[in-house]
Design a protein around this ligand. Structure first.
Ligand SMILES: [Zn+2]
Length: 188
């Protein structure tokens, strides 16, 4: 008889929706089992070095990787992948392999990019998920319910044609509701 199949839980949402905090909460439940846990995060998101850190201050050790091929499991039963939107489609076969191997897989990521469009590999992972947590945040402009990520460059809303991923930090991001989300030059 084959072993028990794996399980995919995707935690998606906009900026500041508490994805990492929710991930750490879910992972901490496995502490009682003693099952080994490993967290991978993409090198693009190097804010906190080798930590997965929530805004409430909880944190866990993470391994920084640049591509899905670097995700190697050494006996870890529980595998988490943070900031999945930064990985390419190559992440899908890696996740499928983990599930076939009976791993419990948690994935966090932005479901929409700064334009409000589906972000990278996230739509596929959300469709494959056994469980989906879609988190919301508080709009930094009107304090309503935020589901979008606003990119701001030099204090102004970033135009539609700015690059999808900006590395270097001239840009910053805010949680916004759909009414307050601005993308100048949006093509229809
Ligand atoms: Zn708003």
């Amino acid at each position: 008889m084959a072993g028990r199949a794996g399980r995919l839980h995707v935690i998606a949402g906009c900026m500041s929706s508490g994805k990492t905090g929710e991930l750490i909460r879910l992972l901490s439940r496995h502490a009682v089992t003693g099952d080994p846990i490993v967290i991978y995060k993409h090198a693009v998101d190097s804010r906190d070095g080798c930590k997965a850190r929530s805004r409430l201050g909880t944190e866990m050790e993470a391994i920084v990787v640049e591509s899905p091929e670097q995700i190697e499991i050494d006996g870890a039963k529980v595998v988490a992948i943070e900031e999945a939107q930064f990985f390419g489609e190559e992440l899908v076969p890696v996740v499928r392999r983990l599930l076939e191997g009976g791993h419990l897989v948690f994935v966090t990521g932005l479901n929409q990019d700064f334009r409000g469009e589906p972000f990278g590999v996230m739509p596929t992972l959300m469709a494959l998920a056994d469980e989906l947590s879609l988190l919301t945040a508080i709009c930094q402009t009107c304090h309503g319910v935020a589901t979008r990520t606003q990119r701001v460059i030099d204090g102004r809303p970033a135009p539609w044609d700015s690059p999808l991923i900006l590395v270097g930090g001239a840009d910053c991001y805010e949680a916004r509701c759909p009414d307050c989300h601005e993308v100048p030059g949006r093509s229809a």
